[in-house]
Design a protein around this ligand. Structure first.
Ligand code: GCB
Length: 663
């Protein structure tokens, strides 16, 4: 089925009665048949060059009352500064917190970005590609005034070939229009309402999800080259045979689809030794074998976790040998699941993890390598082995970090609080999963797909809707289980039956029975047991927690204090240990790794404070408690006995004996 769609804001502006004179015409968006192509992560090789366009771009916010002005006046045809006032804007970054102006922070609708660049003459014989790691939510891209790309759904990459639009002899200009409007049919959903203000009637973006709707060019922008005939995709499927050899199925897709192509595939180990070489032709499909494979293990589940190999693909055509070369890292591990357990390399997984956000001060959701590195250091420090990409796909660079550090990922699509089910929503939801799986399918760290967070699965049509989302996800990737973080009561939920693993979010002693630390443990045990008894599937707790203001201490424990967060965690730990002994409970994820910004409401003091770390990544008291538990679990469950020497502070000579008794 083909569907027609115009840009969100333009649709919206029609909706609220603004005049729109110039749109790009009608953009075609197809439905189920929309399949992502290409998008290999930009990497240099002897046949490819990569250039970053990150840096300081020109930026202009549209006038909320004249959202289509820039299009009507064709700002993309000349320098942005010739049409409107521009300011400096870093890329990658959200634009919201860069300026001391609430109108930018709370802007609804379109903004413009622009920068100039040169390409070397040597690129004239190559294809040139422009790739965005993510623009939130909808993007239109012009090169030298020509519309070259359009993409919607934030948090996911897109690219386009710009070879024929490039000037090799002079400067080039890239212009981006970014639209942050969320509607009932976008993923995630939102709603625009018109309200009276002191400045007249204005559109307000409403949304139910609990994180700030940051917008802008959130991830890196790259130019890269490929030869004329090039490797478009590499799809891996790894396994381990009964003798412990790694089986690496690979499928290479070349852009020309020519059956006379052939390829040489080499597999290197971590020390750069060649461990297998395969020559394939025609279908470019084959299987490599790695003798005595070193499996990819999660952090603290092996003394040598996160072992990665490198696959090198050299594509040749009848006319030219080694026309394109691409290398990428991968891991070999198996996943299996039953109705009580989830196994990696035939060993049961017990998740010790977090729900997280891509969020920090100033840059919002902008990719930042210092932050990324710090976060992974903190994950290791605290002994976590997993996190969920709540509530949208995280950066490709973070997925590479997860592979390298052995952190298992529950990879979530951007559907949050899914409601008001419609066909258009379903198509977009499926497309978000298709783009996500296309992007992340080769990462060993990705062990599960999460198809939604807290969908309203008690509502009319939820059953039918999620039957289809689940079917489609499993069709795209049968090798990983699917889950969703459910908050609806198990008696009214219509989704869990379609999942392989049931995840539930619950805030005992916080949103229910606030402050009652004596009403946590049994409730958690009963709810998890209920889910298992109803559906006969493994269960994990995907969210629990309490808002906590760092430095607020109250004894006896009182909500918002550090004491309360620690004690509320501890009550959950008791529940988790009881559940572990009953055999179907496979993990615990604290909400949240760090404090994060939300929309303004009277329930949030400077944002959501359920972090174990502050927004600035400093530990609250609960972080030290959690660290003890996560390492103790590693020791108990995964035979990991090299505990950090500073896990316990010295208190007395008697302490060791007491600790041992407690363990
Ligand atoms: C939830 C949501 C998460 C919120 C959290 C909270 O259930 O999944 O996005 O931030 O609760 O703190 O309210």
């Amino acid at each position: 089925m083909k569907k027609q769609k115009i840009s969100l804001t333009f649709f919206l502006m029609g909706f609220i009665g603004y005049m729109v004179n110039v749109v790009f015409g009608i953009m075609l968006v197809s439905g189920e048949d929309k399949i992502t192509e290409g998008l290999l992560y930009p990497r240099e090789s002897e046949t490819r060059e990569v250039r970053s366009l990150d840096g300081v771009w020109s930026f202009a916010k549209s006038d909320t009352k004249q959202p289509s002005e820039g299009l009507r006046e064709k700002w993309f045809l000349k320098d942005l500064a010739d049409s409107t006032n521009v300011i400096h804007m870093p890329v990658p970054s959200s634009y919201n917190d860069i300026v001391e102006d609430a109108a930018v922070r709370d802007h609804v609708g379109t903004v413009w970005y622009e920068r100039k660049f040169f390409v070397p003459k040597s690129w004239q014989t190559q294809r040139v590609w422009l790739r965005f790691g993510s623009v939130h939510y909808e993007a239109y891209v012009w090169i030298n005034g020509n519309l070259v790309a359009r993409h919607s759904i934030g948090h996911l990459p897109f690219e386009t070939e710009i070879t024929s639009h490039i000037n090799y002899a002079k400067e080039n200009r890239v212009t981006v229009l970014c639209d942050n409007v969320l509607l009932q049919t976008t993923i995630p959903q939102g709603k625009i309402v018109e309200q009276d203000s002191d400045n007249g009637r204005i559109p307000i973006q409403q949304y139910t999800f609990d994180f700030f709707n940051y917008a802008g060019i959130h991830r890196s922008v790259h130019l890269y080259t490929t030869p004329n005939t090039f490797i478009k995709e590499i799809i891996l499927d790894t396994d381990v045979d009964s003798e412990g050899n790694g089986i690496v199925g690979f499928r290479i897709i070349a852009n020309n689809n020519d059956t006379t192509n052939y390829a040489k595939v080499m597999i290197y180990d971590r020390e750069r030794n060649i461990v297998d070489t395969q020559a394939v032709d025609g279908s470019l499909t084959g299987t490599a074998t790695i003798r005595n494979v070193k499996k990819w293990w999660p952090y603290l589940m092996s003394s040598d976790p996160a072992y990665l190999y490198t696959i090198e693909v050299k594509l040749s055509t009848r006319a030219e040998e080694n026309v394109d070369v691409y290398r990428m890292k991968f891991g070999v591990r198996t996943l299996k699941w039953t109705n009580t357990s989830f196994l990696i390399n035939d060993k049961p997984i017990y998740f010790r993890g977090f729900g997280r956000h891509e969020d920090s001060d100033i840059r919002g959701k902008g990719l930042d390598f210092a932050l990324l590195t710090k976060d992974f250091n903190l994950l290791r420090w605290i002994g976590a082995n997993a996190y969920r990409t709540s509530h949208y796909p995280y950066s490709e660079e973070s997925m590479q970090f997860a592979d390298e550090h052995g952190i298992m990922i529950v990879d979530e699509c951007p559907s949050v609080d899914t409601d008001n089910y419609s066909n258009e929503l379903l198509l977009n939801h499926k497309f978000s999963l298709e783009q996500l799986i296309h992007r992340d399918r080769n990462h060993p760290s990705v062990v599960m797909w999460s198809i939604a967070n807290e969908p309203r699965t008690q509502k009319t049509n939820a059953d039918q809707y999620f039957a289809e989302v689940a079917r489609y996800t499993k069709l795209l990737d049968p090798s990983r289980p699917i889950t969703a973080a459910i908050a609806v009561h198990m008696n009214s939920d219509e989704l869990a039956k379609y999942l392989d693993i049931i995840s539930f979010n619950r805030y005992n002693a916080w949103y229910t029975n606030t402050g009652r630390l004596d009403m946590v443990t049994n409730n958690v045990v009963n709810e998890a047991t209920g889910w298992h008894e109803k559906h006969n599937k493994p269960v994990l707790m995907s969210e629990y927690g309490a808002d906590t203001v760092e430095g607020l201490h109250m004894l006896p424990a009182y909500v918002w204090s550090e004491e309360f967060q620690s004690q509320q965690f501890s009550k959950h730990f008791e529940a988790f240990d009881r559940l572990r002994s009953s055999g179907f409970f496979i993990g615990e994820f604290v909400w949240n790794f760090a404090d994060f910004k939300t929309a303004q409401t009277y329930t949030r003091v400077g944002g959501n404070k359920k972090g174990v770390f502050t927004r600035n990544r400093q530990p609250k008291a609960s972080a030290h408690l959690l660290r003890k538990r996560y390492f103790e679990l590693a020791s108990e469950l995964d035979n990991y006995h090299t505990l950090p020497t500073n896990l316990y502070e010295y208190t007395s000579q008697n302490q060791k004996q007491l600790d041992r008794n407690e363990l």
